[in-house]
Structures are given as structure tokens and as C-alpha cells.
Ligand binder design. Structure first.
Ligand code: KG4
Ligand code: ZN
Length: 335
């Protein structure tokens, strides 16, 4: 079967065609229109501008996804669209487009949770992957550890109590003058600095699998403010290296504890921050040490994309969970 996956929850408009045959997924096309350059001017995503940019892109990228895949609308078995969580105006663009497309062409429609989409990228990466496994989702909006119970169920066992890791990277990146989004720029800069130069608090909370990133963000900001007040030279690479190490160590610590607690033998890393090279390497090493299989998608499937939504949508289709014209979007984790 062929699934059209549509994603517009934040600053990427994406449409993809994925084929599902004999239990295996294959990407036929995955078109991503990024708005990063537009938002860079403001140092972050401006929701109203994001919605408008989605409206401008959604029709043409869908046509392109079908053309690249060599599939006509009539050959589609399902339209899958991200409905939550995300920016409400941005989500509504994708949802309304997908609803119109599905109902005008008599194609079944399914709703997809964005986080389930990120985890589903792993099925495109390892074709033998089957639940149960442990999943770590680290993005601009999430830092959570889930037990993936079956293809459609994620049970949260740890999460952030305030900001997400991606947001924490972007914030400090912005303050030290990195272009938006700061995450990818800090990743590179961290190689040039001393990770022991600045003492920062750990975002891993004691006696739980939860995180808190507000403390490390404040500590880094205080360090930068007091250094500039004293006229001391700030070595941005040292900030990047120390900050990255503290965040990566905390994520590895909680994930290792989650593996210990659950006894699961596979870890899936997902979300935009899964592109971070320090995090990938540290989790790989921890998994090797524990004899755990580590699955991380290629960078092209870590950020927001339609292919991951198509895969998660396929599981909704197979579970008979269809949507109708009353389908709505939601900014929160619940639809
Ligand atoms: O999953 P995603 O594309 O959107 C959300 O669902 O939030 O994640 C975007 C986040 C941003 O915070 C961005 O800075 C971060 O992923 N990111 C990175 C890297 N590449 C993207 N963070 C750290 N290192 C990277 N290499
Ligand atoms: Zn995302």
C-alpha cells in the first residue's frame, strides 16, 4: 500500500510517499520545505509567519512528493497527517489540506501524533525492528523516554519537567551569537572547546528518569553575564563543549537507568536533537557497554519529515483508527 505522510507542526512543511509491502517500509519520496532561513531573521520560529509559509508550500510540495514517487492520487491508500502536538496555526494548515485531499479523492485519512512519527522513523532505519523497545525522543519540544509497547503505544517513563533539550541548545546558541537554530551550530563548535572549562548543573533529576533543563540554562546565562560584566573573555567553544557535555551526560545517565529498569534490549533515538553527533556517539558507547542494540535514523530522518508521519500513519490505518471531516488539530500532547 501507498501512504502520503504530511507534516506541518513547526517550521518544516513536508510531504512524503511511503510504500508498505510485506511488513517493510520503503520511502518513495520525502520532500521537506524548511523555513529556517525565514525565521533566522527573528532568532526563533514566529508562529504566524510559519502558518503563512506552510500555506504557500503545502500544495506544491504535495504535488512534488507524488511526482517524485511516480504515484497518482488515485493510487494512494491512505493520507496521514500530523495533528498534534505543535504550533496550532501551523498544524491546522496541514490538517485542513489533508482533510480536503482525502475527502475530495475518497482516500482514508488518519491522524498522527508527531512524537509517534519521530519514533516511527526507526522502522525506516532498521527493517527488522519490532516492539517492545525503549525510545528516547529529543527534539525542540520534547525530551522523553518511552517504552514502545506496540506499534501504536508509547508509555512515558521519563520526561522533562520544563524545557526540552533542543530548546536549551537553541537558547544558549542564540546568546553566544550562533545562527538559529543553535543546536547544529553548537554541535560543531563543541569540538573546539574544553568540556571541563565551565561547571554546570546536571539536567538529570535524582531518583527519577525525569529531566529539568531550566537550571543549566540559567547557570550558563549567569556565567555569560557575570563574565561579560567582569570584562573577562568568553570562549564560546568552551561554553559549547561544557554545555553539550552536561546535557549529553544527563541524557545518557537517565537512558541507561531506563534500560536497567525495563530490561529492554533495544534503544531507538529519535527527534531533531538525535542529529547531535556527541549524543549519538555517547549513547552508542553506552549501548555497546550494556549489550543493547542501538538504532538511530540518518540525519535526514531525525528532523521533521513526512516519511516518519506516513509510517506512524500506516500503523493507525492497520489498527482501523480512521479520521473523518471532524478531525481537528491540537497544540498539546492530547488531541
Ligand atoms: O524534531 P525537530 O526538527 O522539531 C521539533 O519537533 O521540535 O527538532 C528541532 C530541534 C531544534 O531545537 C534544533 O536545534 C535541534 O533539533 N537540532 C540539534 C541538532 N540538529 C538539530 N540539536 C543539537 N545538535 C544538532 N546537531
Ligand atoms: Zn519534531
Amino acid at each position: 500500500m501507498y501512504i502520503l505522510g504530511m507534516e506541518s507542526s513547526c517550521d518544516e512543511t513536508s510531504a512524503a510517499v511511503v510504500e508498505y509491502r510485506d511488513g517493510v517500509f520503503e520511502i518513495k519520496s520525502n520532500i521537506v520545505a524548511s523555513q529556517i532561513e525565514t525565521h533566522r531573521l527573528y532568532g526563533g520560529v514566529v508562529p504566524e509567519i510559519a502558518s503563512r509559509a506552510h500555506i504557500e508550500a503545502v500544495s506544491s510540495i504535495t504535488t512534488e512528493a507524488l511526482e517524485v514517487a511516480g504515484i497518482t492520487l488515485g493510487e494512494l491508500d491512505c493520507v496521514a497527517v500530523t495533528t498534534h502536538p505543535g504550533l496550532i496555526g501551523a498544524l491546522l494548515v496541514g490538517v485542513n489540506f489533508a482533510k480536503s485531499l482525502a475527502f475530495a479523492n475518497n482516500i482514508p485519512l488518519v491522524s498522527v501524533n508527531h512524537v509517534h512519527g519521530h519514533v516511527a522513523a526507526a522502522y525506516l532505519t532498521d527493517k527488522t525492528l519490532k516492539p517492545k523497545f525503549l525510545s528516547l525522543v529529543v527534539s525542540g519540544g520534547h525530551t522523553s523516554i518511552y517504552v514502545c509497547e506496540d506499534h501504536r503505544t508509547l508509555r512515558e517513563i521519563g520526561t522533562t519537567r520544563d524545557d526540552a533539550a533542543g530548546e536549551a541548545f537553541d537558547k544558549i546558541g542564540r546568546v553566544i551569537g550562533m545562527p538559529y537554530p543553535g543546536g547544529a551550530a553548537l554541535d560543531k563548535l563543541a569540538y573546539e572547546g574544553d568540556s571541563k572549562a565551565i561547571k554546570l548543573p546536571s539536567p538529570a533529576l535524582m531518583h527519577t528518569l525525569d529531566f529539568s533543563f531550566s537550571g543549566i540554562k540559567t547557570a550558563a546565562l549567569n556565567y555569560l553575564n557575570s563574565a561579560s560584566q567582569k570584562g573577562e573573555q568568553i570562549v564560546c567553544a568552551d561554553v559549547a563543549a561544557s554545555y553539550t557535555k552536561a546535557i549529553v551526560d544527563a541524557i545518557v545517565k537517565q537512558t541507561s537507568a531506563a534500560l536497567e529498569q525495563t530490561g529492554l534490549d533495544t534503544l531507538v533515538l529519535a527527534g531533531g536533537v538525535a542529529a547531535n553527533s556527541h549524543l549519538r556517539a555517547a549513547l552508542e558507547k553506552m549501548c555497546q557497554g550494556r549489550g543493547v542494540k542501538f538504532i538511530v535514523p540518518p540525519r535526514s530522518l531525525c528532523g521533521d519529515n513526512g516519511a516518519m508521519i506516513a509510517v506512524a500513519g500506516c500503523f493507525e490505518y492497520l489498527g482501523g483508527n480512521f479520521a473523518d471531516t471532524s478531525l481537528n488539530a491540537s497544540a498539546s500532547d492530547e488531541l
